[in-house]
Design a protein around this ligand. Structure first.
Ligand code: GDP
Length: 369
């Protein structure tokens, strides 16, 4: 047994270097028989399907395979990073198969948020992405909100077919699938793994009563999300795990705000107004005059302005500036993928500059809340 023979469970090539990639096996486990990868080991012994991550090309090849099946596609997105986690172009790849959009982590939004409004917002955004969805379901896999509707909708729309579950990394796909395994699947039935056509990736099949299966796909990695490019300690700091407490700042033009050393908002011009930040509650926001902002950053990045630390900053891409115009009329957010968003409360519009690590998705959108 060993690396050369591949995983005895799914056949994937074994490796001991990257935990997040397919075929990972701790070096210490190479001698165990049968030699199976960490993922198959967990599935076999704990019924625990954990997602592996793959890059965009592999993922698109895999999605292309779904088009030739007759199935229901369940696309899971993260409401805290909607535009970052939605798979653009999904419609092209799944062909005529229906797409059920499951919006996870709604527990992170303030409790007063109206769910009908939220669903409409999601529907509108999905439409702009060219995605036709049979239904939008809001849920929290972690806090068990809306889960019954997720299961009912899957049952209703699959009409006796297989179900493919697709999503970006970290949207809660594993949490949701594990819930399905524990709550709704026949635990005596064997979980099986098989190869995706044309790839070296293994798929986990969760058997359903009628001989069909729920098929877990690897999570796609998008480097336009802050959550994908920061080290683990910073990931913890930027990922909220409780309902977000919005922070309101009254600003005059010519003022700046730093979110640690992760992003910077400059209020370049516009009338005095308030902005509401939706961020993980642990993050520190520092306000200063725009004319002093460069100097503050140069002297205090990684220290007063953190996370990230000085060392972690060196691993991140340098900032780029996004010059944005918030239109008149009100009802807009400035969105930074993976970090959160800033709601502009005035009807008068504003001109802002946003600095964020190069490659991170930053834009103005219709307000979520
Ligand atoms: P996957 O990469 O898509 O399989 O995502 P995971 O299931 O591993 O979850 C990623 C992270 O999101 C973990 O830290 C989970 O605890 C967290 N998470 C999953 N579902 C929810 C949810 O409904 N609400 C919140 N707040 N966090 C969640």
């Amino acid at each position: 047994p060993g690396k050369d023979t591949g995983c005895a469970g799914c056949g994937v090539k074994l490796q001991s270097t990257n935990k997040e990639q397919a075929g990972y096996i701790p070096a210490s486990a190479l001698e165990r028989t049968p030699t199976i990868c960490q993922r198959c080991f967990r599935i076999k012994n704990y019924n625990d399907a954990s997602s592996i991550a793959i890059d965009q090309d592999d993922f698109l090849r895999l999605l292309g395979g779904i088009a030739s099946t007759d199935s229901l596609v369940v696309h899971i997105v993260d409401i805290f990073d909607f535009e970052g986690s939605v798979i653009s172009g999904l419609q092209r790849f799944v062909g005529n198969n229906p797409v059920l959009l499951v919006v996870n982590k709604i527990d992170l939004l303030p409790r007063a948020v109206n769910h009908n409004r939220l669903r409409n917002w999601v529907q509108q955004q999905a439409k702009e992405q060219g995605l036709r969805t049979v239904e939008v379901v809001l849920c929290s896999a972690k806090r068990n909100i809306g889960f019954d509707r997720v299961v009912d909708a899957i049952e209703y729309y699959r009409r006796g077919r297989d179900v493919y579950v697709v999503g970006a990394t970290n949207v809660g796909k594993s949490t949701l699938i594990n819930r399905i395994i524990h709550d709704y699947s026949d635990l005596d039935a064997e979980l099986t793994t098989s190869r995706y056509p044309g790839t070296t990736l293994d798929a986990v099949h969760i058997p359903l009563d009628d001989g069909k299966a729920i098929i877990d796909t690897p999570g796609i990695v998008y480097n336009h999300r802050m959550t994908e490019i920061v080290p683990r300690s910073v990931l913890q700091a930027i990922t909220p795990d409780k309902p977000i407490k919005p922070l309101v700042y009254q600003l005059d033009e010519g003022q700046s705000m730093f979110v640690g050393a992760l992003a910077r908002f400059d209020f370049v011009s516009g009338e005095h107004q308030s902005f509401t930040l939706y961020l993980s509650n642990g993050l520190d926001v520092h306000r200063t005059k725009l004319e002093r902002a460069d100097e503050l950053y140069a002297n205090h990045k990684g220290k007063l302005l953190s996370p990230p630390s000085v060392e972690e900053l060196e691993e991140l891409p340098a900032w780029t500036r996004h010059s944005l115009r918030i239109p008149r009329g009100g009802g807009y957010d400035v969105f930074v993928s993976g970090l959160g968003w800033m709601h502009a409360n005035s009807m008068a519009g504003a001109v802002v500059d946003v600095y964020a690590p190069k490659g991170i998705k930053v834009h103005v959108r219709r307000a979520l809340i």
